[in-house]
Structures are given as C-alpha cells and as structure tokens.
Design a binder for this molecule. Structure first.
Ligand code: NDP
Length: 334
C-alpha cells in the first residue's frame, strides 16, 4: 500500500513537508475483516485539526501515522459473510491505496443508484452536517433569510438548498465571481456575495434587506464581522466551522470584540450554538431517506472537485483551507 503519513505538525499553514509518502505491506484480512482497494479519498477541513496536537473533540493523528479520512473503496477479499469481492463500500481508511478494515465499520454502497462519490459529500458526512444542524439548530422558517459562507462547498451548498426547500431566502457567500455565479445558476441561491470584494460588507447588507434570521457559521473571521450587525432579534447561529481560523497561530490580533458580541447576544436574544455532527446521528435514517430523494429528483444539486492521484492529496488539502477547491474535494486514488 502507498500511504501518506503525517511527517510533522504544521505551524500555521500546512506545507508539503508536513506529509511523507511510504510504502507498506498490507496484512491479510482476519475473520470479520475485508481487504480494500481505496478508490476515492475525501479531503475535509477537519483534517487540519487532526494534524495539530491541540486538544480538540477528536484525538490527533500521531506523527508518523497514516493521515485519517473518509474513503470509498472496493472490496478485494472478504472474510465476512456480508461482503463480497467487488462490493463498493464507505470506509474510514485514510490517505492510502489499500487497507484492511473491520466489516462492521463499513457501509455498502449501491453504484447503480447514485455515483459512489456522493457518499463522501452530499449524501455523506458534509451533507448530513448541513441537513441535521440546519434543521435542528437553524430552524429556517418560510420567508426568513438564511446566510451561509463557503457556500459552494458540500456543507454550504446543501445548507442553502435545504433552506430554499423550507421556504426561506438563501444568501450565499463565496470567494470570487465564478463561485458566486455557480451559487445562483447551479444551486439556486437568491443572492451571492463575494467575500473577497472590497465592498463585501455593504454588498451583504444590500442582499439582506430584512436582516439575517439564520447564519450558518462555516468560516468565522471577517465574514462573521460583516454578518453580526445584520443579525435579527432571535437569530440562530449554528457554529459549524471556522475555516478562516484553522491555520491561525494565536493569540488573536486586534481589539477585543467579545464585550460587543455578548451585548448583541443579550439585546437581540441570539442563539449561538456550536456542534459536531455526530451529536445528531439519530437523524441519519431520516437524512438518507429525505436527502436521498431530494438528490434523486434533482431538488438538491451537488458539485465535486476531483483531483487525480493520491500524490496530489497534500497540495489539494493545503488549497482547501484557502478556497482553491470548487465543490466537494475528493482525490481519485485509483
Ligand atoms: P468546503 O469545501 O466549503 O471548503 C472550505 C471553504 O472555506 C473553501 O473552499 C473556501 O471557500 C472557504 N474559506 C477558506 N478560507 C476562508 C476564509 N479565510 N474566509 C472565508 N471563507 C474561506 O468545506 P466543507 O463544506 O467540507 O466544510 C465547511 C465548514 O464546515 C468547515 O468549516 C468545516 O470545518 C465545517 N464542518 C463542520 C462539521 C461539524 O460537525 N461541526 C462537519 C463538517 C464540516 P470560498 O472560496 O468560497 O471562500
């Protein structure tokens, strides 16, 4: 198996030197295990957290260990009655070409129904994140305004489209005119705002004449600063991610904004609520059924950015934290 390991922990922005490629022999599967050939590897922002030793909700990847990640794989050899050679499965096998996995940890995929890569995006963890957190914490109502950034990504694009299904107005924030065009033309957002534009804050205000009822927080930083004055009484802010801060090395610069934020929380009765998607896992059956039917009948559209070759994974991942991806970032391993 060719493997990409964590070679060292990054200081700030990761570099290619933080990764190392090695070859290792793959053990034979034992009873209840399968041998997998990895076809697709998902690259996700949370992997930046796993590269750091800082305490978080999940243990870090050890230096010298294979980078973790969700994968779509083909069963090559099975020692479990539920799987046979040729089956396509969702596994968590990480940045490598082959792996042995416990059959109990796998989900079988049906390539006849939808492309298998959707199990890493719109019908996988990111889509589930959008669905469960928007409906449970954001609770968009008819006629309300929902704002989301990183809006062409797998989480953001699903948030905006589900908000539309619920009768809300969807305003997407993305980096650059091409992504903004996709928000309107491909994903059906009502407005698209470029956070790299000098007039970003004014543009956002103009796009939200009735204020913001739900801000689905994916990025933090200057985007949140532009959103904050527009939040309405009783606005909900599910805090999903802060990707603009993942490469930051503290302490944070600038004047202390916390007292002003707390005043807003009080006087506007805001609900700011962080979460990790696993909290909502009992909603998985609903998600698979409902989101599956929305994707099948074209009500929810998705965009994938597929990079060829495992050796491209480090650069593609570094780019993900800077908005170089356009859609769900996936590595085609083989
Ligand atoms: P995306 O594919 O959307 O990739 C991240 C995007 O963030 C980039 O493409 C870029 O889009 C945007 N971005 C990067 N830097 C900045 C910046 N400085 N300012 C503004 N935008 C920036 O990722 P996902 O859809 O997979 O994830 C979206 C968010 O959801 C992340 O924060 C992630 O950590 C979080 N998440 C949280 C989960 C949870 O359980 N809490 C589960 C899954 C995801 P652009 O070019 O448009 O700016």
């Amino acid at each position: 198996s060719t493997q990409i390991l964590l070679a060292s922990r990054p200081e700030g922005r990761p570099t290619p030197q933080n990764f190392r490629t090695e070859t290792a022999s793959v053990p034979a599967p034992k009873e209840g295990e399968v041998l997998l050939k990895i076809r697709y590897l998902s690259l996700d922002p949370y992997m930046r957290g796993r590269m750091s030793a800082a305490k978080s909700y999940a243990a870090p990847v050890e230096v010298g260990a294979v980078m973790e990640g969700g994968t779509v794989a083909e069963v090559v050899e099975s020692r479990d009655p539920n799987f046979a050679a040729g089956d396509m499965v969702l596994s968590y096998s990480g940045w490598q070409t082959h792996a042995v996995a416990k059959a109990a940890h796998l989900r079988k995929l049906d390539p006849e129904k939808v492309p298998v890569t959707t199990a890493l995006g719109v019908l996988g963890m990111p889509g589930f994140t959008a669905y469960s957190a928007l409906l449970t914490l954001g609770k968009p109502k008819e006629g309300e305004t929902v704002v989301v950034a990183a809006a062409t990504g797998p989480v953001g694009s699903a948030v905006g489209q589900i908000a539309k299904i619920k009768g809300a107005r969807a305003v997407g924030i993305a980096g650059g005119p091409e992504k903004c065009r996709a928000l309107i033309e491909e994903f059906g957002f009502d407005a698209a705002i470029d956070h790299r534009s000098e007039t970003f804050a004014e543009d956002l205000k103009a796009a939200c004449p009735d204020g913001i009822d739900v801000y689905f927080e994916n990025v933090g930083g200057p985007v949140f600063e532009a959103v904050r004055p527009l939040l309405n009484f009783y606005a909900r802010v599910p805090v999903c991610g802060l990707v603009s801060q993942y490469n930051a090395t503290g302490p944070f610069e600038g004047p202390d904004k916390l007292p002003g934020l707390m005043r807003d929380v009080l006087t506007k009765s805001l609900t700011i609520r962080g979460f990790i998607q696993t909290e909502f896992k009992d909603q998985m059956p609903n998600f698979i059924k409902e989101m599956g039917s929305w994707v099948a009948d074209g009500r929810i559209r998705y965009k994938e950015d597929i990079v060829e070759g495992l050796d491209k994974a480090p650069d593609a991942f570094i780019g993900l934290l800077e908005g170089k991806n356009f859609g769900k970032l996936i590595v085609k391993v083989a």
